[in-house]
Design a protein around this ligand. Sequence first.
Ligand code: SF4
Length: 315
Amino acid sequence: MEKITLGVSACLLGENVRYDGGHSHDRFLTDTLGQYIEYVPVCPEVECGLPVPREAMHLEGSPDSPRLMTIETRRDITDRLRKWAGRRVIELEKNDLCGFIFKSKSPSSGMERVKVYDENGVPARKGTGLFARIFMEHFPLLPVEDEGRLSDPALRDNFVERIFVFKRWRDLLTGKRSLGGLIDFHTAHKLLILAHSTGHYKTTGRLLAEAKAIPVRELYAQYQIILMEALRLKSTPKKNANVLMHMMGYFKKQLSSGEKIELLEVIDNHRKGYLPLIVPVTLINHYVKKYDQPYLKGQIYLNPHPLELQLRNHV
Ligand code: SF4
Protein backbone atom coordinates (compact mmCIF):
# COMPACT_ATOMS: atom_id res chain seq x y z
CA MET A 1 0.00 0.00 0.00
CA GLU A 2 1.13 3.52 -0.81
CA LYS A 3 2.26 5.38 2.31
CA ILE A 4 -0.21 7.63 4.14
CA THR A 5 0.74 11.31 4.37
CA LEU A 6 0.44 12.80 7.84
CA GLY A 7 1.41 16.18 9.20
CA VAL A 8 3.37 16.09 12.46
CA SER A 9 4.94 18.50 14.90
CA ALA A 10 8.59 18.43 13.80
CA CYS A 11 10.07 17.95 17.29
CA LEU A 12 8.24 14.60 17.57
CA LEU A 13 10.36 13.25 14.73
CA GLY A 14 13.54 14.08 16.66
CA GLU A 15 14.30 17.40 14.97
CA ASN A 16 16.14 19.78 17.30
CA VAL A 17 13.64 22.62 17.01
CA ARG A 18 12.42 23.06 20.58
CA TYR A 19 12.95 26.36 22.39
CA ASP A 20 15.80 24.76 24.39
CA GLY A 21 17.50 23.34 21.28
CA GLY A 22 16.29 19.80 21.99
CA HIS A 23 13.56 17.54 20.56
CA SER A 24 10.66 15.40 21.79
CA HIS A 25 11.36 12.30 19.69
CA ASP A 26 8.48 9.81 19.79
CA ARG A 27 9.71 6.33 18.87
CA PHE A 28 6.24 4.92 18.18
CA LEU A 29 5.69 7.59 15.52
CA THR A 30 9.03 7.12 13.77
CA ASP A 31 9.90 3.44 14.26
CA THR A 32 6.50 1.72 14.34
CA LEU A 33 3.83 3.86 12.67
CA GLY A 34 6.52 5.42 10.47
CA GLN A 35 6.72 2.26 8.33
CA TYR A 36 3.33 3.17 6.86
CA ILE A 37 3.56 6.95 6.96
CA GLU A 38 5.16 9.74 4.97
CA TYR A 39 5.47 12.58 7.48
CA VAL A 40 5.23 16.27 6.66
CA PRO A 41 6.99 17.94 9.61
CA VAL A 42 5.81 21.37 10.74
CA CYS A 43 7.40 23.51 13.46
CA PRO A 44 5.29 26.69 13.73
CA GLU A 45 7.77 28.60 15.91
CA VAL A 46 10.81 27.96 13.72
CA GLU A 47 8.91 28.26 10.42
CA CYS A 48 7.55 31.67 11.43
CA GLY A 49 11.13 32.84 11.81
CA LEU A 50 12.05 32.36 15.47
CA PRO A 51 15.54 31.02 16.25
CA VAL A 52 16.70 27.81 17.99
CA PRO A 53 17.24 28.08 20.88
CA ARG A 54 14.71 30.82 21.76
CA GLU A 55 12.94 32.22 24.74
CA ALA A 56 10.17 30.08 26.23
CA MET A 57 6.59 31.19 25.52
CA HIS A 58 3.14 30.59 26.87
CA LEU A 59 -0.50 31.52 26.21
CA GLU A 60 -2.14 34.35 28.11
CA GLY A 61 -5.63 35.85 28.29
CA SER A 62 -8.91 34.26 27.30
CA PRO A 63 -8.76 30.53 26.42
CA ASP A 64 -10.83 31.18 23.27
CA SER A 65 -8.47 33.79 21.87
CA PRO A 66 -5.22 33.83 23.85
CA ARG A 67 -2.03 35.76 23.10
CA LEU A 68 1.28 33.95 22.60
CA MET A 69 3.83 35.76 24.80
CA THR A 70 7.52 35.26 25.58
CA ILE A 71 7.75 34.74 29.32
CA GLU A 72 10.79 36.88 30.30
CA THR A 73 10.88 39.73 27.76
CA ARG A 74 7.08 39.90 27.27
CA ARG A 75 7.15 39.97 23.46
CA ASP A 76 3.81 39.26 21.80
CA ILE A 77 4.28 36.67 19.02
CA THR A 78 0.57 36.14 18.31
CA ASP A 79 0.16 38.12 15.08
CA ARG A 80 3.40 36.84 13.58
CA LEU A 81 2.50 33.21 14.21
CA ARG A 82 -1.14 33.59 13.12
CA LYS A 83 -0.14 35.26 9.87
CA TRP A 84 2.33 32.51 9.07
CA ALA A 85 -0.19 29.77 10.05
CA GLY A 86 -2.84 31.20 7.69
CA ARG A 87 -0.41 30.82 4.78
CA ARG A 88 0.96 27.44 5.92
CA VAL A 89 -2.43 25.70 6.06
CA ILE A 90 -3.08 26.75 2.46
CA GLU A 91 0.29 25.27 1.45
CA LEU A 92 -0.58 22.06 3.31
CA GLU A 93 -3.67 21.56 1.13
CA LYS A 94 -1.25 20.39 -1.59
CA ASN A 95 0.10 17.60 0.62
CA ASP A 96 -3.20 15.67 0.69
CA LEU A 97 -2.78 14.98 4.38
CA CYS A 98 -4.77 12.17 5.99
CA GLY A 99 -4.29 13.56 9.51
CA PHE A 100 -2.01 15.45 11.88
CA ILE A 101 -0.20 14.49 15.08
CA PHE A 102 0.43 17.46 17.35
CA LYS A 103 2.88 17.91 20.20
CA SER A 104 0.83 18.01 23.39
CA LYS A 105 0.87 20.99 25.77
CA SER A 106 2.66 23.34 23.35
CA PRO A 107 1.33 26.94 23.12
CA SER A 108 1.80 26.73 19.33
CA SER A 109 1.12 23.06 18.53
CA GLY A 110 -1.00 21.68 21.40
CA MET A 111 -4.38 20.35 20.30
CA GLU A 112 -6.27 20.73 23.60
CA ARG A 113 -5.81 21.32 27.32
CA VAL A 114 -2.91 23.72 26.77
CA LYS A 115 -2.22 26.02 29.75
CA VAL A 116 -3.55 29.57 29.36
CA TYR A 117 -2.49 32.05 32.06
CA ASP A 118 -4.95 34.66 33.35
CA GLU A 119 -4.04 38.23 34.44
CA ASN A 120 -3.00 36.91 37.87
CA GLY A 121 -0.64 34.37 36.33
CA VAL A 122 -2.92 31.45 37.19
CA PRO A 123 -2.96 28.71 34.50
CA ALA A 124 -6.06 26.85 33.29
CA ARG A 125 -5.72 23.84 30.99
CA LYS A 126 -8.34 25.12 28.56
CA GLY A 127 -6.38 26.33 25.55
CA THR A 128 -5.37 25.22 22.08
CA GLY A 129 -2.02 26.05 20.50
CA LEU A 130 -2.25 28.89 17.95
CA PHE A 131 -1.21 26.81 14.95
CA ALA A 132 -3.24 23.77 16.02
CA ARG A 133 -6.39 25.90 16.25
CA ILE A 134 -5.93 27.42 12.78
CA PHE A 135 -5.11 23.98 11.33
CA MET A 136 -8.22 22.32 12.83
CA GLU A 137 -10.45 25.17 11.68
CA HIS A 138 -9.04 24.88 8.15
CA PHE A 139 -9.29 21.05 8.00
CA PRO A 140 -12.29 20.28 10.23
CA LEU A 141 -12.73 16.69 9.02
CA LEU A 142 -9.10 15.54 9.17
CA PRO A 143 -8.23 13.07 11.94
CA VAL A 144 -6.03 14.80 14.54
CA GLU A 145 -4.43 13.62 17.76
CA ASP A 146 -1.61 14.57 20.08
CA GLU A 147 1.25 12.28 20.98
CA GLY A 148 0.28 12.29 24.66
CA ARG A 149 -3.21 10.90 23.96
CA LEU A 150 -1.73 8.33 21.57
CA SER A 151 -0.22 6.49 24.52
CA ASP A 152 -3.79 5.41 25.39
CA PRO A 153 -4.34 2.10 23.49
CA ALA A 154 -7.99 2.83 22.65
CA LEU A 155 -7.24 6.33 21.34
CA ARG A 156 -4.24 5.03 19.41
CA ASP A 157 -6.33 2.30 17.76
CA ASN A 158 -9.05 4.84 16.96
CA PHE A 159 -6.69 7.40 15.43
CA VAL A 160 -4.78 4.89 13.28
CA GLU A 161 -8.08 3.38 12.11
CA ARG A 162 -9.29 6.86 11.09
CA ILE A 163 -6.18 7.74 9.09
CA PHE A 164 -6.40 4.47 7.17
CA VAL A 165 -10.08 5.14 6.42
CA PHE A 166 -9.22 8.68 5.34
CA LYS A 167 -6.54 7.37 2.99
CA ARG A 168 -9.04 5.01 1.34
CA TRP A 169 -11.50 7.90 1.11
CA ARG A 170 -8.87 10.13 -0.54
CA ASP A 171 -8.09 7.32 -3.00
CA LEU A 172 -11.80 7.06 -3.85
CA LEU A 173 -11.91 10.81 -4.53
CA THR A 174 -9.03 10.61 -7.01
CA GLY A 175 -11.30 8.66 -9.41
CA LYS A 176 -14.55 9.78 -11.00
CA ARG A 177 -17.21 10.24 -8.32
CA SER A 178 -20.09 7.86 -8.89
CA LEU A 179 -22.93 6.46 -6.84
CA GLY A 180 -21.61 2.93 -7.44
CA GLY A 181 -18.16 3.87 -6.11
CA LEU A 182 -19.66 5.33 -2.95
CA ILE A 183 -21.89 2.31 -2.39
CA ASP A 184 -18.88 -0.03 -2.70
CA PHE A 185 -16.91 2.12 -0.24
CA HIS A 186 -19.82 2.16 2.20
CA THR A 187 -20.47 -1.57 1.91
CA ALA A 188 -16.86 -2.30 2.91
CA HIS A 189 -16.97 0.14 5.85
CA LYS A 190 -20.47 -0.66 7.14
CA LEU A 191 -19.52 -2.75 10.13
CA LEU A 192 -16.66 -0.44 11.04
CA ILE A 193 -19.14 2.44 11.24
CA LEU A 194 -21.52 0.27 13.26
CA ALA A 195 -18.71 -0.43 15.77
CA HIS A 196 -18.59 3.29 16.51
CA SER A 197 -22.19 4.45 16.28
CA THR A 198 -25.51 2.79 15.51
CA GLY A 199 -27.01 6.25 14.86
CA HIS A 200 -24.45 7.16 12.20
CA TYR A 201 -24.76 3.69 10.69
CA LYS A 202 -28.49 4.29 10.19
CA THR A 203 -27.91 7.84 8.90
CA THR A 204 -25.49 6.64 6.21
CA GLY A 205 -28.01 3.96 5.21
CA ARG A 206 -30.78 6.59 4.87
CA LEU A 207 -28.49 8.92 2.91
CA LEU A 208 -27.64 6.20 0.40
CA ALA A 209 -31.28 5.17 0.08
CA GLU A 210 -32.06 8.74 -1.06
CA ALA A 211 -28.81 9.07 -3.03
CA LYS A 212 -30.34 9.19 -6.51
CA ALA A 213 -32.06 12.49 -5.68
CA ILE A 214 -28.83 14.17 -4.48
CA PRO A 215 -26.17 15.62 -6.81
CA VAL A 216 -23.10 13.39 -6.58
CA ARG A 217 -20.70 16.07 -5.20
CA GLU A 218 -23.17 16.98 -2.49
CA LEU A 219 -23.73 13.29 -1.72
CA TYR A 220 -20.01 12.65 -1.25
CA ALA A 221 -19.65 15.77 0.92
CA GLN A 222 -22.54 14.72 3.18
CA TYR A 223 -21.28 11.14 3.42
CA GLN A 224 -17.77 12.26 4.38
CA ILE A 225 -19.09 14.38 7.25
CA ILE A 226 -21.17 11.53 8.68
CA LEU A 227 -18.35 9.01 8.22
CA MET A 228 -15.70 11.09 9.99
CA GLU A 229 -18.10 12.10 12.77
CA ALA A 230 -18.95 8.44 13.37
CA LEU A 231 -15.34 7.30 13.54
CA ARG A 232 -14.45 10.03 16.02
CA LEU A 233 -16.77 8.35 18.51
CA LYS A 234 -15.05 5.75 20.63
CA SER A 235 -15.74 2.12 19.93
CA THR A 236 -16.17 0.05 23.13
CA PRO A 237 -16.12 -3.69 24.01
CA LYS A 238 -19.93 -3.58 24.16
CA LYS A 239 -20.24 -2.00 20.70
CA ASN A 240 -17.66 -4.42 19.29
CA ALA A 241 -19.47 -7.38 20.83
CA ASN A 242 -22.66 -6.28 19.05
CA VAL A 243 -20.85 -6.13 15.72
CA LEU A 244 -19.23 -9.52 16.31
CA MET A 245 -22.62 -11.07 17.14
CA HIS A 246 -24.02 -9.52 13.98
CA MET A 247 -21.17 -11.12 12.01
CA MET A 248 -21.80 -14.46 13.63
CA GLY A 249 -25.26 -14.38 12.06
CA TYR A 250 -23.64 -14.81 8.64
CA PHE A 251 -22.30 -18.24 9.64
CA LYS A 252 -25.44 -19.51 11.32
CA LYS A 253 -25.86 -22.43 8.98
CA GLN A 254 -22.19 -23.40 8.66
CA LEU A 255 -20.88 -23.28 12.24
CA SER A 256 -21.01 -26.52 14.21
CA SER A 257 -22.58 -26.28 17.67
CA GLY A 258 -19.09 -26.54 19.22
CA GLU A 259 -17.83 -23.68 17.07
CA LYS A 260 -20.87 -21.56 17.98
CA ILE A 261 -20.34 -22.10 21.69
CA GLU A 262 -16.65 -21.25 21.43
CA LEU A 263 -17.29 -18.08 19.42
CA LEU A 264 -20.06 -16.92 21.78
CA GLU A 265 -17.77 -17.45 24.75
CA VAL A 266 -14.93 -15.49 23.17
CA ILE A 267 -17.26 -12.59 22.22
CA ASP A 268 -18.74 -12.52 25.71
CA ASN A 269 -15.29 -12.52 27.30
CA HIS A 270 -14.34 -9.55 25.15
CA ARG A 271 -17.54 -7.74 26.17
CA LYS A 272 -16.63 -8.31 29.84
CA GLY A 273 -13.09 -6.99 29.26
CA TYR A 274 -11.31 -10.34 29.81
CA LEU A 275 -10.05 -10.70 26.23
CA PRO A 276 -8.69 -8.09 23.81
CA LEU A 277 -10.52 -7.44 20.56
CA ILE A 278 -7.90 -9.27 18.52
CA VAL A 279 -9.08 -12.64 19.93
CA PRO A 280 -12.71 -12.70 18.64
CA VAL A 281 -11.66 -10.90 15.45
CA THR A 282 -9.01 -13.57 14.74
CA LEU A 283 -11.57 -16.33 15.29
CA ILE A 284 -14.09 -14.65 12.97
CA ASN A 285 -11.38 -14.11 10.35
CA HIS A 286 -10.64 -17.82 10.60
CA TYR A 287 -14.28 -18.71 9.91
CA VAL A 288 -14.49 -16.16 7.08
CA LYS A 289 -11.67 -18.04 5.36
CA LYS A 290 -12.89 -21.50 6.31
CA TYR A 291 -16.46 -20.92 5.07
CA ASP A 292 -15.50 -18.41 2.37
CA GLN A 293 -18.06 -15.82 3.50
CA PRO A 294 -18.08 -13.24 0.66
CA TYR A 295 -19.71 -10.26 2.43
CA LEU A 296 -17.55 -10.48 5.55
CA LYS A 297 -14.41 -11.04 3.48
CA GLY A 298 -14.77 -7.46 2.23
CA GLN A 299 -15.36 -5.90 5.65
CA ILE A 300 -12.67 -3.40 6.63
CA TYR A 301 -13.73 -3.97 10.26
CA LEU A 302 -11.88 -7.27 10.24
CA ASN A 303 -8.59 -5.71 9.06
CA PRO A 304 -8.73 -1.92 9.57
CA HIS A 305 -4.95 -1.45 9.87
CA PRO A 306 -1.81 -3.60 9.61
CA LEU A 307 -1.77 -6.52 12.07
CA GLU A 308 1.91 -5.78 12.82
CA LEU A 309 0.90 -2.61 14.67
CA GLN A 310 -0.83 -4.89 17.23
CA LEU A 311 -3.32 -2.15 18.05
CA ARG A 312 -6.17 -4.54 18.80
CA ASN A 313 -4.04 -6.53 21.24
CA HIS A 314 -4.67 -3.88 23.89
CA VAL A 315 -8.31 -2.80 23.42
S1 SF4 B 1 5.92 21.86 19.91
FE1 SF4 B 1 5.55 22.75 17.89
S2 SF4 B 1 6.51 24.75 17.99
FE2 SF4 B 1 7.31 23.59 19.69
S3 SF4 B 1 9.19 22.69 18.91
FE3 SF4 B 1 7.59 21.19 18.58
S4 SF4 B 1 6.88 21.58 16.53
FE4 SF4 B 1 8.04 23.40 17.13
